[in-house]
Design a protein around this ligand. Sequence first.
Ligand SMILES: Cc1cc2nc3c(=O)[nH]c(=O)nc-3n(C[C@H](O)[C@H](O)[C@H](O)COP(=O)(O)OP(=O)(O)OC[C@H]3O[C@@H](n4cnc5c(N)ncnc54)[C@H](O)[C@@H]3O)c2cc1C
Length: 396
Amino acid sequence: MDLNLTPQERAFRDEVRAWLFANVPANWERDHLEDTMHQRFAFLKEWQRKVYEAGWAGVAWPKEYGGRGATLMEQVIFTEEMARAAAPQLANVLGLSLVGPTIIAFGTEEQKKRYLPKILSAEEIWCQGFSEPNAGSDLANVRTEARIEGDAFVINGQKVWNSYGWAADWCALLTRTDPQSQKHKGLTYILVDMHSPGVEVRPLLQMTGETEFAEIFFRDVRVPIANALGPIGDGWNVAIGTLMHERATLGASVQVTYRRQLDRLLELAHTVERDGRPAAEDPLMRQKLAQCHAELEIMRLNQMRSITKINQSGVPGAEGSVQKIFWSEYNQRFQQVAMEMLGAAGQLTKGAPGAIDDGLWAYSFLRARGNTIEAGTSEIQRNIVGHFVLGLPKSY
Ligand SMILES: Cc1cc2nc3c(=O)[nH]c(=O)nc-3n(C[C@H](O)[C@H](O)[C@H](O)COP(=O)(O)OP(=O)(O)OC[C@H]3O[C@@H](n4cnc5c(N)ncnc54)[C@H](O)[C@@H]3O)c2cc1C
């Protein structure tokens, strides 16, 4: 691994930097602080459209499907520059990080042309329909049924914890097409139009006060057989592809937010007082803030290691689980440090008089609890690392 940028990469970085400098809306965070979740999402969609039109969405995706056709390293540079410029994140998080790469790997030419450009432009928002009430860590227990009738699947069942379910136009759905099958066999990965008759989305209220995710019910939903991604009955393989990307790439995208939050906390350290003096002068707080900076750097460098591995082998590997454990547990540690530093005012939620950054910190602390569950729990990731990285016997 060479951490020095090549002349071509440096030129790329300078071009991204100049574009972001000219285009990131000034004061966007302050201007959108009081937005509802839906208003903020509309703003992020608009921002992604702008990024797409300028040719920066899907930096490493093939040109023929709307991407830039650049290298994974250039994708990493783009992400880092987004963080540096404190740019808004792109709206279509799951489309960009999970569904798109899975369609690139398993889709037909027709599917790639149909779906990929609209993921990049945020014209079609995606959600991921994997988990069910009885299938989470044990994902192979999926029961949502897709019966084949003529040239269509007829889907019945329930999914749960679907992030962006409320905003989604499409769902990457893991179903069971062979009712006699057990576990990993007889599953099919289907691309489902969320506007189809028989799809019902019910918001789930989280402890943050938001309804960021939903449960989705499917009642006799008819979906063309042509919407299967990969072979019928081989959905487990395709789903694993999605999960590998989830672990490998989410780490890169959360870094943008984490860096911005740490920078903001460092700013606040000069004004927020602890024991009668700025927190920045408190020896214990300084230790903790420096530790957060060091961990974020470790995360960044580890991400590069993952990228190098993907560059060499073409697919993300189990080391993505190392990264998943690290980013999720880092964020919980960081939010704890923020709460300690900000004191009682940090706990005030959106709209409360005196809330710091209009409740951002209380929200982030509560939201971080889900980090070690989403995209596979820490226990499951450690099982994967134990088996596939350390060569320990299987845990079941
Ligand atoms: C914020 C958030 C967003 C999410 N977004 C989505 C989404 O968009 N789409 C989607 O499909 N799902 C989503 N999920 C669901 C997520 O993937 C599951 O919650 C997760 O996989 C765990 O499954 P479960 O909730 O059924 O818990 P369970 O699998 O029931 O686990 C319960 C506990 O048992 C432990 N455990 C289970 N099996 C083992 C084992 N073999 N060894 C050791 N410990 C074990 C787990 O670690 C956990 O602590 C989201 C979850 C969260 C919190």
